[in-house]
Design a protein around this ligand. Structure first.
Ligand code: BG6
Length: 504
């Protein structure tokens, strides 16, 4: 079986091991990597949390999570037992002095047992305010000193705004070197998001037309059908712009818009993406209304089920002003993209779960066809479907069979499933393996995070200062508020409605 596992002995310490992320994502991903032979032979996962759990209880809980969330479905007892023998648990209060002393002892003991110094990965699956505390605790027992073999993984949100992101970065870099810090954006681990680079830079066909001369505009849609689930209290302080646009949508935009990299070195890719973020034209605070739209869902219907409005969700204020939908129009001020609008939209409780990028090409300069041939004419469009039904579609014009000359749009499709079969790894598998190997290409550097905050700050500030008067302004199960249609319609364009698969 193909496997490029690092042979370095590795300990993954998960701070916040009693939490949802560990249960739903991290351990199922590690289990799948283990089962496919991607993990080093000598590895341990140390769960650390303030909850009091015995090691057996901890394993049992994780077992249920893996049964439920692993892409391979229910575990078979033999592989689970083999994997579970690598799991340890330590209960500790992160804020108590010396909280990591016994962890440090355990890690030393393990190094002795293995007869070598292992790579130590600290995955901080904790709320942002704990990140700094844990950094200090690690510093106290000197757990962060060896730059080469100690890595720390930080989950979003990376701050609440530009200033807090800068403060978070400053506190992290006081303890760790930037090269030790892996800021996760799970969208970058998705197979199709990575494929944007392969598509653009391994094919000669599209790159020559990938600019303002041929592209009319780009749309990025990340639509969700779920609501805020059990995360009402987090979402009340976040909203869609912070939760999705600052990270996932802007990262996708970077991959679509970046210049060709000179190499696939982590910093080269990150520099090229950073250039895009720095080139995004800043939205003047007085013109936010022209460039940004917010929305909040009211009750509605999805697939025959009645869906309560956002304000009736648990832990959400009945007069909440948090946005569950955001749409932006952005421009990138550089040679390639001058005056090409990038329309971004994301929202909860929309008509379907679908993420895609549509690149709309300019119409041909002259149409020699008879008038009757053109009733259904559409300019070429390329759609990169990120999820579900991952693939790429090119929309072309074809002559409709028959005795008359009539043109009709047709699609040329590449489907991941049909081309490659099988199941792709989950984003967390890809990203965890990259951390184990020490490859930071798909992770966010401090300057990228701050540049992304700078892009949305004028919108956040304006929205905080001016209360929305029309919330809730879209029904669950629709494509968002009317104002989002107006945002794009003003430019003589419209949102391309993604095809929604029958059942998800
Ligand atoms: C997370 C957001 O980063 O991404 C969630 O915090 C959102 O609100 C999720 O639901 C969407 O991820 P995916 O992989 O399901 O598209």
């Amino acid at each position: 079986m193909e496997s490029y596992a690092s042979s370095e002995p590795t300990v993954i310490v998960i701070a916040g091991a009693g939490g949802d992320l560990t249960w739903r994502k991290l351990i199922p991903a590690l289990y799948d990597l283990f089962t496919d032979n991607w993990l080093p032979e000598r590895f341990l996962v140390f769960g650390v949390d303030r909850v009091a759990l015995s090691e057996d209880e901890f394993r049992k809980r994780l077992h249920q999570g893996v049964d439920q969330f692993s892409r391979r479905g229910k575990t078979d007892p033999k592989s689970w037992d083999a994997f579970a023998s690598h799991l340890r648990f330590l209960s500790t209060d992160f804020s108590a002095s010396g909280a990591f002393a016994s962890l440090s002892d355990e890690l030393c003991e393990q190094d002795k047992a293995w007869g070598t110094k292992a790579t130590h990965i600290f995955y901080l699956a904790v709320p942002p305010m704990m990140v700094e505390v844990i950094g200090r605790q690690m510093e106290e027992v000197r757990l962060c000193l060896e730059r080469e073999r100690v890595r720390v993984v930080v989950e979003k949100p990376f701050g609440h705004d530009l200033v807090s992101a800068q403060a978070l970065n400053a506190s992290l870099t006081k303890v760790f070197a930037e090269s030790q810090i892996y800021r996760i954006d799970h969208y970058l681990g998705k197979e199709t998001v990575q494929n944007i680079l392969a598509f653009r830079f391994a094919n000669g066909l599209f790159e020559p037309i990938w600019d303002r001369r041929y592209i009319d505009h780009v749309q990025i849609t990340v639509a969700e059908q779920v609501g805020v689930e059990h995360r009402g209290s987090y979402y009340e302080h976040a909203g869609a712009l912070r939760d999705m646009v600052q990270n996932h949508l802007l990262q996708i935009l970077c991959l679509i818009a970046m210049e060709p990299p000179v190499s696939f070195q982590g910093d080269e890719i990150r520099n090229k993406k950073g250039d895009v973020l720095h080139a995004i034209r800043s939205i003047h605070p007085e013109r936010v209304q022209e460039f940004a739209v917010r929305g909040q869902y009211a009750a509605g219907w999805i697939r025959g089920h009645h869906i309560p409005g956002y304000r009736s969700e648990p832990n959400v204020s009945p007069d909440s002003l948090s946005e569950t939908f955001a749409a932006l129009k952005l421009f990138i001020d550089n040679w390639r993209w001058q005056d090409v609008p990038f329309y971004l939209r994301t929202g909860k409780r929309l008509a379907g779960k679908v993420s895609e990028v549509s690149v709309q090409f300019r119409p041909v300069p002259h149409l020699a066809f008879p008038h009757e041939a053109l009733s259904e004419l559409q300019p070429n469009r390329l759609v990169i479907r990120i999820q579900p039904e991952e693939g790429i579609t090119v929309r072309l014009q074809a002559k409709q069979p028959g005795l008359m000359m009539r043109l009709r749009p047709v699609d040329m499709r590449f489907s991941y499933r049909e081309a490659f079969g099988g199941v792709s790894p989950e984003a967390y598998e890809t990203l965890l393996l990259d951390v184990i190997r020490g490859d930071a290409t798909l992770f966010l550097r401090d300057d990228q995070v701050e540049a992304a905050w700078s892009v949305i700050m004028p919108v956040l500030d304006t929205w905080a200062a001016v209360e929305p008067v029309d919330f809730p302004n879209y029904q669950a199960g629709t494509w968002g508020p009317e104002a989002a249609e107006v945002l794009i319609a003003k430019d003589g364009r419209s949102w391309i409605q993604p095809a929604i698969p029958e059942e998800e």
